[in-house]
Design a protein around this ligand. Structure first.
Ligand SMILES: Cc1ncc(COP(=O)(O)O)c(C=O)c1O
Length: 408
């Protein structure tokens, strides 16, 4: 839909926003009208370089043609089917995901937070079914982010943040340990611990990659104790960190893994994969969702995954991500550059991240800030070194402008 064809001016549309829309996010002041590969276009034709990817979603580029055609094609056949129906996209996608990432069973959901709800629920039920009714506790990482529904929010190790403030009490049964600190995780586990749940790279928390030793240590500890190891790969999955799933590049397999964001090529779909043994925990009626495995979303996901695999986008993420992190060293005021593949964070010495993000938008570059002093970039995985060069010039300009205005 185009603003020019809507019968409203941009100003009138923003008045409608003020009147009717919950402002649950600090939105940009343009109306995104069109996407094309690495760029998005505002209503006035302004072009923005996308190093944000719709929050790590548009991995094959904005408005990928193959994904768009898959969506349009499926819409001619079945748009929605009930929980009781099989559809071809659902069946083929289940096979593709499980075989590609080496897991045995999948349950579809509609989003990342729901994929995590499924993972939390199955871990609790598995614990209770096998070890008794108190065996439902889950240890997650401090500074983690798992979503905004109550289970996933309770798993999120950020008790003082805006996402939890005012929503207490959280669900019982969660405790939080230091990320990348194996001993702290072991200390927080008790005889009633059913699962440990971590992100292989903490994204919203500030782009902190796990160490291989940490994940391997968790795996060994879980194997010794019978605790389940759960990975939240909602942000890191499907090519983002330089392998299909981040756990594949670490070589440390979980008992269950959640995913969303990139798999749908922009359509709302999430999923949880497990071993066949764990999957028996969910019998008919134990878990479900009206819209999950929606055929249009599954068709989009099939196209998105084919595109990621055939265009070798995880390999591209690895190579271009390494180049990006190298080029970022020319930015002023940098304390640390972190990341894995094309999930990249810059920590500044000063709390300038939100101002930098704002200035980047002024300079036609889309990024996000996740802490006062940390920005995060998650461009489409089709980004080239030339796009990185373009982004780094705009970023440097933006940081310099922020520092200058603060000095005035
Ligand atoms: C690691 C992680 N888990 C879960 C979520 C929640 O996903 P959704 O917003 O699709 O519910 C996010 C969203 O940013 C995320 O980064």
């Amino acid at each position: 839909m185009k603003v020019s064809e809507s019968g409203y001016t941009k100003e009138q549309l923003l008045e409608i926003v003020d009147t009717y829309l919950y402002e649950t996010a600090r939105r940009w002041d343009f109306i995104e009208e069109r996407g094309d590969g690495m760029y998005v276009y505002a209503e006035n034709g302004d072009r923005y370089l996308d190093f944000f990817g719709g929050i790590a979603v548009n991995s094959t580029g904005n408005c990928n043609k193959r994904v768009a055609e898959a969506i349009a094609g499926q819409c001619k056949d079945v748009i929605h089917a009930s929980n009781y129906a099989y559809t071809l996209p659902m069946i083929l996608l289940a096979k593709k995901i499980c075989e590609t990432i080496g897991m045995e069973k999948i349950v579809f959901q509609n989003s990342g937070t729901e994929a995590n709800e499924a993972m939390i629920k199955i871990a609790r039920k598995y614990g209770v079914d096998h070890y008794g009714k108190e065996h439902y506790h889950i240890v997650t990482a401090k500074n983690s982010f798992h979503g905004r529904t109550y289970g996933a929010l309770s798993a999120t190790g950020q008790p003082d943040s805006a996402c939890q403030e005012g929503f207490q009490p959280m669900l019982p049964g969660f405790s939080y340990a230091e990320f990348n600190n194996l001993e702290d995780f072991k200390r927080k586990c008790t005889k009633d611990t059913a699962a440990i749940m971590v992100e292989p790279v903490q994204g919203e928390g500030g782009v902190y990659p796990a160490t291989k030793e940490f994940l391997q240590g968790l795996r060994d500890y879980c194997d010794e104790t019978g605790i389940l190891l759960l990975y939240d790969e909602v942000q890191t999955g499907w090519g983002r960190t330089g392998d299909i799933m981040a756990f594949m590049s670490y070589g440390v397999k979980p008992d269950a893994v959640s995913m969303a964001k990139a798999i749908g090529g922009g359509m709302p779909i999430g999923a949880m994969c497990t071993s066949a043994k764990i999957a028996k925990t969910f019998g008919a009626g134990a878990h479900g969702s009206t819209f999950a495995a929606n055929p249009v979303c599954c068709a989009a996901a099939l196209a998105e995954i084919d595109e990621i695999m055939e265009q070798h986008l995880s390999e591209n993420a690895k190579e271009v991500g390494a180049y990006f992190m190298e080029q970022l060293k020319i930015l002023p005021c940098v304390r640390e550059i972190r990341g894995r593949g094309l999930l990249v964070g810059v920590e500044f010495e000063e709390p300038i991240a939100f101002a930098v993000k704002h200035q980047c938008v002024e300079n036609r570059l889309l990024i996000t800030a996740v802490r006062d002093n940390i920005i995060r970039m998650a461009p489409p995985l089709i980004a080239t070194k030339e796009h990185v060069d373009e982004a780094v010039v705009l970023l440097k300009k933006s940081v310099q402008e922020v520092l200058c205005s603060e000095a005035e």
